[in-house]
Design a protein around this ligand. Structure first.
Ligand SMILES: *Cc1c(COP(=O)(O)O)cnc(C)c1O
Length: 424
């Protein structure tokens, strides 16, 4: 598609957007000015209007049935989490038995590393991307330490070339080729949270497995953003939260993927709990842990139903919208349009950090603003634009396709351009 900066062009794209009506399925935050423009769905997604009634239904079941709600309510709590196998597997490109909704992201990362980071004297290194999300670094370092190794020695990072800020796949592959025998685990944010760079997972997995390394993904910025094919790519495990692109509310229940090749490997170390135990015998309260096959076997506790009700409301919207293929189609246009409108920003004012090639990014575009970034943030706020600001001057804007349109992108670019003009 060739883009056009004329305002009629945004209107034309909005009129032909088949997902346009989904904007009204969400509550938008209150602002002083015009209609809000919410570009922080990569941090906390908007609230689906249907979520409250889903929660209300479980509150009522609790009030009316109390403990009977486990089996006798409309959506029996005992098997409530099982409803997510279908929608989550479609979302991340997995078989239903490979995914489960449980815990929170970092907790799941720990549980996965218990099974998939098994260091030996010769193979004990964890490789991450430089500039990984801090929680992931903390989790990895603490696991390395827990196994009696030194995070300073055993945690290594794939680095950008001098003077650059993105990673080259060929550099990652070269490191794996050279150091693979010492690497126990490669853990990547499939989309880096800061730069918005999406990595070439399939190639990385192939190279890593060739050298006998495990590969895990943090999909905090991938789930609900990009088309994922976890099973086909052969990723060993993946974890994600559901409150960013997945719009299921602050701190809601996370997701976890374990590849089928590990699902029935009961010799793997794991931290067990009764919810991972054979569900046909769970309430017999017998001794001796007998895990279920698949991702469900990694569950520890019975899950929190109220946040799961929000996740349920949210995932129904993803399916209704036609799933990730429909969303990614719109996302490429939306983010492509934003990239186009920002491409003539003066380089002295701002620089786009995110890859310009649509194959290497999702919704998000990150900008390093060199002139008065704080003033820009104030100006954006005054116009009802929500976007994320990281000191000293990185602005992350994610025009998520479920509840944003082309007019919002045009307005955002307009505010940036007028700020650029008054600062040069
Ligand atoms: C948001 C985010 C997290 C958050 O972890 P929680 O355990 O949900 O608090 C972790 N990793 C990445 C890459 C993130 O973007």
């Amino acid at each position: 598609m060739s883009f056009d900066s004329h305002p009629d062009f945004a209107q034309h794209l909005d009129e032909t957007d088949s997902l346009r009506s989904f904007r009204d399925r969400f509550h938008h935050p209150k602002t002083k000015g015009d209609a809000p423009i919410y570009f922080v769905g990569n941090s906390l997604g908007l609230c689906p209007k249907s979520a409250a009634s889903y929660v209300e239904a479980e509150m009522k079941a609790w009030a009316d049935l109390a403990g009977g709600g486990h089996f006798k309510s409309d959506h029996g709590w005992y098997g409530y989490h099982e409803h997510f196998a279908g929608p989550l597997s479609r979302l991340v490109g997995a078989h239903p038995g490979e995914v489960v909704a449980m815990n929170s992201l970092t907790v799941n990362l720990h549980l996965m590393m218990v099974s998939f980071y098994q260091p030996t004297s010769g193979r004990n290194v964890v490789y991450m991307e430089e500039g990984a999300f801090p929680s992931d670094s903390y989790a990895v370092s603490s696991q390395v330490h827990y196994h009696g190794y030194d995070p300073v020695e055993q945690v290594k990072t794939f680095k950008p070339r001098a003077g650059e800020h993105l990673l080259h796949t060929e550099d990652i592959l070269e490191t794996i080729e050279k150091e693979g025998e010492s690497i126990a685990l490669i853990l990547l944010g499939q989309v880096n949270y800061l730069t918005g760079q999406a990595f070439e997972i399939e190639k990385i997995v192939r190279a890593a497995h060739h050298k006998g390394c495990m590969v895990g993904l943090d999909l905090a910025h991938g789930a609900g953003n990009l088309q994922l094919e976890l099973h086909r790519w052969g990723v060993d495990f993946a974890v994600w939260c559901s409150y960013k692109y997945l719009n299921s509310g602050p701190g809601s229940v996370a997701g976890c993927f374990v590849h089928d090749r590990h699902g029935d490997n009961f010799k793997l170390a794991r931290f067990a709990g009764w919810w991972g135990h054979d569900k046909t015998k769970r309430f017999l309260m017998e001794s001796g842990f007998s895990p279920m096959t698949g991702a469900e076997g990694w569950q520890v506790s019975n899950p929190p139903i109220l946040p799961l009700a929000c996740l349920r409301a949210s995932l129904e919207i993803f399916d209704e919208a036609g799933g990730m293929s429909a969303l990614v189609q719109k996302q490429r246009l939306l983010t492509g349009y934003l990239d186009f409108l920002l491409s003539d920003l003066p380089p002295d004012f701002a620089e786009i950090l995110t890859p310009r090639d649509a194959a290497f990014r999702g919704c998000q575009i990150s900008l390093r603003v060199k002139k008065d970034p704080e003033g820009l943030v104030k100006r954006l706020e005054a116009q009802g634009v929500f976007c994320d600001f990281r000191r000293p001057g990185i602005i992350r804007a994610a025009p998520t396709p479920l509840y944003n349109g082309f007019k919002q992108v045009a307005t955002f670019a307009q505010v940036l351009k007028s700020h650029a003009q008054s600062n040069l």
